[in-house]
Design a binder for this molecule. Sequence first.
Ligand code: FAD
Length: 487
Amino acid sequence: SKKAIIIGSGIAGIASSIRLALKGFQVELFEANSYPGGKLSEIEIEGYRFDAGPSLFTLPEQVDELFRLAGKNPKDYFEYEKLDVACQYFWEDGTRLKAYSDINRFAEEVQTKLGEPAQNIREALRKSAFIYDSLAPLFMNRSLHQLDTWTNPQALKSYLRMGKLGIFSTMNEANRKQFSHPKLVQLFNRYATYNGSNPYETPATLNIIPHLEFNIGAFFPKKGMHDITMSLYKLSTELGVNYHFGQKVEKVLVENGEASGIRVKGKDQFADLLVNNMDMVNAYKTILKEEKQPKLLLKQPKSSSALIFYWGIKRDFPELDLHNIFFSDNYALEFEHIFKKGTIYDDPTIYLNITSTHKSDDAPEGCMNWFTMINVPNNQGQDWDKMIAEAKRNILHKLNRILKTDVESLIEVEGILDPRTIESKTSSAQGALYGNSSNNKFAAFLRHANYSSSIKNLYFCGGSVHPGGGIPLCLLSAKIMSEMVES
Ligand code: FAD
């Protein structure tokens, strides 16, 4: 059978290995780390378990699809539940909101607490569904770089709807038109951060995202986010994929315009097909250094990054749920700091993810595992040690004010992830979470294609190529890529 080599075991690399194995390829996967999953991994600190990166799980059927494709029952490998409350929101003035997944209940909550007409919520989510239904078939399930994507009937339908898809206004402008209460504008603006963008610049088309969380649902894997990695890793090994851990690929071998293999630890390995899952910017700087560079693409601004404190907290907080947001009082200024000044605002919006609320063995009894995250600029060489110390103080003060407690005295263990360590652990350029930012309307068109236009037999998957970052899109990149490959 034909042999395929995959570089990187991020979630898209694993999904690609499954799809290629099912197409009959003998798949060899080379991973620099000693573990699979890239950003989607876990850490353990003295009895506390934390999902290291992603915490929000949407579109679970994309994971299920891989098991089904292999003729397996997804439930034998991977289980998840739908959340009743997608997220809890806290403000400094004491306002608290629960985003129930039941839209009518959420609309009622918003009407009671903020006086926002329930109709506005229903209308916003209807528009969100409309964007999704118009764009998903065109942009998410197909390659943007092949002519038939642009000439099929579905594309024509999307062109006709262009005006209604929010391409010509920003997310913030659209949300200000949609909602009367500023807290709701803020809540819906937050969805821009789901792909590391700025709601004051990104096109309103990104209002596609609430549809995923409300209309389709937010989910939690019963064994934690890391189980997405582990269950798919298990399936791929069962299909015969060979993983080579601790093997950092040094070079893609190209002969006569055709990818022929890779160099690892000075040794050449040959294959009929090559798939790169490594971040594209760093790939062109390292393993593709000698090849033609897509300059325009490499220059694109990157998405934001994150600063995370993994805190073991020796107390229970019944008022906290799986996903909790503590909003900044000045959202516009916060994003100005992240995207214009390259710094961290002193009143940051805090995201607290606590998996022990749903998976009790993630923390000792009576304790909680707090994944405490703020959005920060990507790494441009700032003085991170200083910025992290300041951010920690500001985060603690804010949580103390809103939760009326002294958080610092409750912290038993601490781990930290910042833009520098995100880059060193996963090769993500500047530690960006989602590849290029979507802060301008052409961003979607400027992602790298799922294949190389200059090197034959070289394909791409992962968060820095089409259709984009985040678990669902990474899984789709593997699907789009594998559909281009002839077995
Ligand atoms: P990556 O995870 O980027 O992995 C690439 C792999 O390639 C790594 O394992 C790396 O070691 C390996 N590699 C690189 N270079 C080489 C080489 N030369 N040789 C061998 N191996 C190499 N998404 C969501 O859907 N929901 C969320 O809530 C969410 N939150 C996030 C929070 C954080 C803090 C982070 C960091 C990301 C978050 N994301 C979220 C985004 C999501 O994690 C990513 O989009 C996705 O996991 C990227 O997968 P990938 O396949 O592109 O590979």
